[in-house]
Design a protein around this ligand. Structure first.
Ligand SMILES: [Zn+2]
Length: 268
């Protein structure tokens, strides 16, 4: 007896019409996995740097310091998260000690320190550069030197009141506008006071400011620190930080940025 061959129904089956859809999903999954893997690589680096004692969690030195890692959210200049969601606030141990000192000074005035960014993995710098390539705001990690953030020696910070509310400052975080200047030219006396208090406390604790970003601070003696060395890897985080020539020791002090030296707009 002859078995009848199944008739083609004309309905799109997995084998024909749906196949491109499935391949589309597979491709999307591969792309997402690659992106997640990128972040995971950055995560592994910081874990190794913490395990080797080169970086510490600032909150372990002073749990009263407020931390909101903006690069773990979309609220930053890239408009997307470039850190894993649980990325901690990390610095060198001596930097964390200074931040604790800043916190003690601010608390006497009824304020607290709030940190938006600290140690920044080179992988994250790559992502930021991709977003800002050619616009001059972000140093190209492929061109050698990096940021003091990648040395664990810089933080982006503001102040909050005792209720945890951010106080008025000249501009928002990552606002690349003239108002972001470390020398406040506005007329609001409260904002002027807030910025002066933050800069004074940071200066007292051993930090320098950055002319083009009021929220950026790096340790004055950065040059006495060796670059971070990821255990088991040949590379160091950065040979020489690009933001070093732009640092100012006190508000109003002339800077390399003001004198128009190369790299003046590439502090990040
Ligand atoms: Zn910064």
């Amino acid at each position: 007896m002859h078995r009848r061959k199944p008739r083609k129904s004309g309905i799109r089956t997995w084998a024909d019409g749906a196949r491109p859809v499935v391949w589309g999903w597979i491709l999307a999954f591969i792309l997402l996995a690659a992106r997640a893997g990128f972040a995971a690589d950055a995560g592994e680096s910081w874990r190794a740097l913490v395990a080797s004692g080169q970086l510490v969690d600032v909150r372990k030195y002073d749990p009263t310091i407020v931390v909101e890692m903006r690069y773990a959210t979309a609220q930053n200049c890239a408009g997307t998260a470039v850190y894993p969601p649980d990325f901690p606030c990390l610095t060198r141990p001596d930097t964390a000690v200074r931040l604790r000192l800043v916190q003690q000074m601010l608390q006497r005035w009824g304020y607290r320190l709030k940190i938006w960014d600290a140690y920044r993995p080179v992988e994250a710098q790559h992502i930021l550069y991709q977003h800002w390539a050619g616009k001059g705001f972000v140093a190209n990690p492929e061109e050698g030197p990096g940021s003091l953030h990648s040395w664990g020696l810089a933080v982006d910070a503001t102040m909050v009141d005792l209720l945890g509310k951010e106080v008025s400052m000249p501009s928002g975080f990552d606002a690349f506008i003239p108002e972001a200047d470390a020398i406040y030219k506005g007329k609001d006396t409260k904002t002027a006071f807030h910025l002066h208090l933050l800069q004074s406390a940071m200066g007292e604790a051993g930090f320098m400011g950055l002319r083009t970003e009021w929220w950026h601070f790096a340790v004055k003696d950065w040059a006495s620190h060796a670059p971070l060395k990821v255990p088991g890897e040949a590379r160091t985080e950065a040979a020489r930080p690009t933001d070093a020539p732009n640092l100012i020791t006190a508000p109003g002090e002339p800077t390399a940025a003001a004198s128009g030296q190369p790299g003046a707009t590439r502090p990040r």
